[in-house]
Design a protein around this ligand. Sequence first.
Ligand code: SF4
Ligand code: SF4
Ligand code: FES
Length: 265
Amino acid sequence: MVAPNAADARTVRIRIKRQDGPGQPARWEDFDVPYQTGANIISCLQWIAAHPRTVDGRDTTPVVYDSGCLEEVCGACTMVINGGVRQSCTALIENIIDDTNTITLEPMSSFPVVRDLAVDRARLFAALERVRAWVPIDGTYDLGAGPMESPRNQLTRYQLSQCMSCGCCMEACPQFNLEEDEAAWDSSFVGPHAISQARYFNLHETGAILADDRIDLLSAVGGVSDCGNAQNCVKVCPKEIPLTESIAAIGRAVTVRSIKRFFTG
Ligand code: SF4
Ligand code: SF4
Ligand code: FES
């Protein structure tokens, strides 16, 4: 980390890739934002919304972005900051500023742009539906005590449960490319988060009812064999979820299931 020097202590230049809507051409706009200790990217975007004027003195529109929790829990504010994908609410200016005194913001490239820095993550959630990322219990009647779970399972599942569907791992994955055609989502790569969530629910005593369905889905086109093992996903996950471990575990489950099917038909 390099602190802003005396000459540029008054402002930080925020360079933003903007787009007026889906399919519209992109453009860059620069803003000089007063530097404040403790400021983060969201607070800078809020300042820009109140003062939408570029460095060359042109009035413009406030920059559109997504956010919710402002504490790295919802994943909505994910964007590409200085070339790396991460949450903007926890991106403190003092930690990311360098000698250029300029911070670049771009929308994630693996999801369609809605406007400016806001993207549509619907495919991410569709992938969770595809792998049946839920525990199949319905009804309000008393189900009694739940099944026992080993402390080791609890520990693994706790780690996996921290996924906030932010999209970082998909943005970093070379196999997960922008796919705007919804019809293609059923056969395109589900992504590392969905593989990990399939493992999470397969480890759940009741969720395991759908384990074979999940493994069958992940054996098919767009499943675990589409992973090229580049391991970019695990490096960018803000929750340090062991994604490559999950991919390996599901890969083993796919092999075991195909051997079983070979013998049982
Ligand atoms: S696995 Fe990590 S990077 Fe991927 S969506 Fe979940 S929290 Fe984000
Ligand atoms: S390990 Fe697989 S899922 Fe992770 S980034 Fe590489 S190709 Fe994508
Ligand atoms: S606003 Fe929820 S993670 Fe940033």
